[in-house]
Ligand binder design. Sequence first.
Ligand code: NI
Length: 184
Amino acid sequence: MILPIYIYGSSVLKQKALEITPDYPNLDQLIKDMWETMYYADGVGLAAPQIGLSIRMFVVDGKDLSEDRPELKDFKRLVINPRLLEESQETVVYQEGCLSVPKLYADVERPISVKLAYLNEKFEPVEEWFHGMAARMVQHEFSHLEGELFVDRLPPIRKKMIQGKLHAMARGEVKTFYKTKIVQ
Ligand code: NI
């Protein structure tokens, strides 16, 4: 089932999400719905808070970016209860966007590599290093679980410049082809 995506201005996007256990209600269906919702909205990642659930889970699929970045062709992960173990000193700037912050893109600086501990779909523990664009994708989604959006990482002067757009977004004035929701 395709779910509505919560938009900037929704309080769930600002909350630190909680870990889940394998008995979380309807988890299999929820995971299916997250994939379906992400693909429908043409996203490359989706975190549970973006569908209104403050739990530590996200999905990413780099396939749509693999024309320019072949290493992402098979980069597809379901990540549950992630913890950040290590990050590189070296950083890189990439332009980011977000289904919860529609039609707004900005350069964001983040570490070039990160190591996460997480659980996979079978609730088996995994420790994995991510590099380059894969690292960027998981860090963006991980931030959602910490209650942070990419626009929160912008320098104050940049954030001031987009303030008008963000206010309009929070009022529901930015139209998207996918279903959205704002719950303050
Ligand atoms: Ni996002």
